[in-house]
Design a protein around this ligand. Structure first.
Ligand code: NAD
Length: 293
């Protein structure tokens, strides 16, 4: 029988992805438990989430009563026990296999036998993460895109031992949330990052080789291929440090030279040019305004 999901837990809910995932769940009407080991981060994320909802009301995209309902349905905790009643727990903690495996082992002790555990990992193996749990058949890959509260795609990947029932229930839940699930195998980077990381690196190498100015590279991709955003603006949004981490995760597994960290990227990160979050990357930023494009 398909597991009925009423209450959703998010681990790492104070982080970039976790905060957005919690909003997706709460917006769809699920009681949502936001868990993070850092209380400060959790509070900061809550303020940002409320700010996001307030903006949606101002723009006429969300009813004020609905906003109040969403806020009321989200509870915050720094105690793992707070997740005890969750039917589905989505982890979005640091991209570190040992941290994720340890967390799943701890969830085993706290959550019901039939709870579903999902991982939002970008590069790690779902099967390896699931091996941290005594119930690997109840673990599934659920990869949201940044920013989770705005992007519809979720890459869904079963690990080797994931049961069909769990995969089906998790898939159904994403659809109930109004998201668009796509099935992919448990491979590094799934579909999106496997294609995107080498492509973004190509754009960085084009800058390094002096092929064109960053703005012109992005313009060519947008106008020529119909992309909404150029690769260099996208790297600025993702964070140049995150792009380095993605390369470092991919290259040893794939040995694809296009996935190796471009030297220019490494130099820019060393100089503190991390993209939007630091105010400068391939372009410059002041608040929401971008310069140099
Ligand atoms: N940032 C992205 O673009 C992106 C996109 C898709 C998927 N992901 C994946 O999402 C996950 C989180 O990435 P992020 O960028 O949101 O990271 P982040 O650093 O912004 O947030 C991670 C959060 O996890 C918390 N945390 C760490 N260990 C914990 C533990 N054991 N228990 C509870 N909380 C813990 C931290 O306090 C932090 O708030 C990673 O697996 C990453 O690969 C990231």
């Amino acid at each position: 029988m398909t597991k009925i999901i009423k209450t959703v837990g998010v681990c790492g809910a104070g982080g970039t992805m976790g905060a957005g995932i919690a909003l997706v769940a709460a917006r769809a009407g699920f009681a949502t438990v936001c868990f993070d080991r850092s209380g400060d981060t959790l509070e900061k994320a809550a303020k940002q989430s409320i700010g996001f909802l307030d903006k949606s009301v101002e723009r006429g995209k969300l009813d004020a009563t609905k906003r109040d309902g969403i806020v009321a349905s989200m509870v915050r905790t720094t105690k793992l026990e707070g997740l005890a009643d969750c039917d589905l727990v989505i982890e979005a903690v640091f991209e570190d296999l040992s941290i994720k495996r340890e967390l799943l082992g701890q969830l085993d002790a706290v959550c019901a036998e039939d709870a579903i555990f999902a991982s939002n990992t970008s590069t790690l193996s779902i099967t390896e993460i699931a091996s941290g749990s005594k119930r690997p058949e109840r673990v599934v890959g659920m990869h949201f895109c940044l920013p989770a509260q705005l992007m519809k795609l979720i890459e869904m990947s079963p690990g080797i031992l994931t049961s069909e029932e769990v995969f089906g229930a998790a898939w159904q839940w994403t659809e109930t949330c109004g998201q668009t699930p796509v099935k992919t195998q448990d491979k590094p980077g799934f579909i999106l990052n496997a294609l995107l990381v080498p492509f973004n690196n190509d754009a960085i190498r084009a800058v390094e080789a002096g092929v064109a100015e960053p703005a012109d590279i992005d313009r060519a991709i947008k106008v020529g291929l119909g992309y909404k955003m150029g690769p260099l603006e996208l790297i600025d949004l993702i964070g140049l440090d995150t792009q380095v981490r993605l390369c470092e995760a991919f290259y040893p597994i794939t040995l694809d030279p296009r996935a190796a960290t471009p030297p220019l990227l490494r130099r820019m990160v060393a100089a503190g040019l991390l993209g939007r979050k630091s105010g400068r990357g391939f372009f410059a930023y002041e608040g929401n305004t971008m310069f140099g494009a």
